[in-house]
Design a protein. Structure first.
Length: 175
């Protein structure tokens, strides 16, 4: 479905997404990610989890909260689905994360640590940035190893593209 218009019935609870943020912070994040990336490329600078077929999301913005994909209309988006795991497990793990982190403030102090990725793996206060929230969700499902701290959006997207149990549901400009 790469490059085609996304219709909401195509997405499911538990799908994960990443977006390209064209603003200054997004460009800085992509620059830093590209420096550390094995392929020296980075397109996406934000990540989240789909909560319903209407485009609802759970993501770490200024607070860790529910939002909607509609906020990314006109932006480049990639949506992936982990093919293993039961629907009930995906819902349960998502609810666990929403209960644990919902309403918390975004951990701005962690962003400078991502300038040097090994430092970002140190997480004394367990409050995730956007990509770490997605990485922890995927770990809880069994789709990823246990190290969620220090994960960035570029790493997630590379995993979705290369790991066999992930399917890219959509990639393109969200209309």
């Amino acid at each position: 479905m790469v490059g085609k218009k996304l219709s909401l019935p195509d997405i499911k609870v538990g799908d994960v997404f990443a977006t390209k943020n064209p603003m200054v912070l997004g460009r800085v994040i992509n620059f830093i990610q590209a420096i550390w990336a094995k392929d020296s490329k980075s397109t996406y600078s934000h990540a989240g989890i789909i909560t319903d077929q209407n485009g609802g999301t759970f993501e770490s913005l200024w607070t860790i909260k529910r939002s909607n994909l509609a906020g990314y209309r006109g932006e480049k988006v990639i949506i992936a689905r982990w093919g293993n795991g039961k629907f009930q497990d995906k819902v349960a793990k998502l609810q666990k994360l929403m209960w644990e982190y919902g309403g918390q403030w975004y951990p701005m102090w962690r962003l400078p640590m991502h300038l040097i990725p090994p430092l970002a793996k140190i997480s004394i206060i367990k409050r995730p940035v956007c990509s770490e929230l997605v990485a922890k969700y995927l770990y809880l499902l069994g789709a990823r190893h246990g190290q969620w701290a220090g994960t960035n959006p570029d790493t997630l997207v590379d995993e979705w593209r290369k790991w066999r149990d992930f399917e890219i549901i959509f990639e393109g400009v969200l209309e």
